[in-house]
Design a protein around this ligand. Sequence first.
Ligand code: HEC
Ligand code: HEC
Length: 259
Amino acid sequence: MIRIALAALIIISACGRQSAGPDPIPEINAEDVVSGYSFLTAETQALQDDDFANPGFLWVDRGERLFESTQGVSQSCSSCHSDGLVGAAATFPKIDPASGALINLEGRINMCRKDHQQADQLPYTSDELLSLTSYTAHQSRGMPINVDTIGQAAKHLSAGEDYFFTRRGQFNLSCAQCHNQSWGQKLRGDTISQGHGNGFPAYRFEWQSMGSLHQRLRDCDTGIRAEPLPYGDQTYVDVELYLAARAAGLKLESPAVRR
Ligand code: HEC
Ligand code: HEC
């Protein structure tokens, strides 16, 4: 059953190979856009919905403690952000006006550590960065994704879109073939969702941990036997922007729970 589904995808992939140029895979109709939450079992949905049982809250709570604690030049995040950062996560990735670079939430947090706290940058996969990101993202839970895609962001949007529609890896599959064309179908015991990032950072049973969106993207690239990009890679940040734009209006869910 599982193998049949993967074989079907590879056949889709092989059929398209004769045609030159980008795959004619349509985007998801705006009225059909749904969160990965819709594809979860009732038990997993219930776990995500219960703030006391949802394991992601361990990272949210740890993030809150870090946010309040003194780092670097004896300043806490909260000494500057005394009203918290409600709504901020829904607007990332965004252009940093000073450098003109597109940065995601992890990048912004590390920028504050470096520029405002004179503290060390946190490694992308560190529990501290994951906790601070989870705490910040959680403050936007229930708010619609609202990213800027014009001006300097436009070229990043199109780079992210290119990555999404480009076939890669030994299976020669694009993100779009699974998440635009095959959502709702089964693959290795998962139901393929539309591939939105609105639940991240998310707790995954497979990780036994909270993880970033980049960790999820690396898993998807690895799944098709493609070389995953490094954590924090600019192309993954561009993909993040494209994912946010194609999910515009979907509500943030972090800490989501996923299989
Ligand atoms: C000394 C003051 C200061 C400290 C300390 C500080 N920040 Fe900031 N932060 C800022 C300022 C100012 C901005 C607005 C952008 C800018 O000018 O750099 C900002 C922007 C942000 C944003 C983006 C908000 C948005 O709506 O785009 C996030 C997220 C953020 N900070 C998180 C943090 C976290 C997490 C910490 C602790 C690790 C922290 N900041 C520490 C001053 C600070
Ligand atoms: C072979 C099919 C396949 C390909 C190709 C693929 N994915 Fe996935 N992806 C999955 C499966 C299966 C899951 C886990 C179930 C789900 O949420 O869809 C997943 C999950 C995700 C999620 C998390 C969704 C959620 O709500 O938790 C995102 C985001 C995502 N993929 C983005 C991408 C991107 C971007 C690419 C291209 C770089 C990609 N995927 C390529 C199969 C694929």
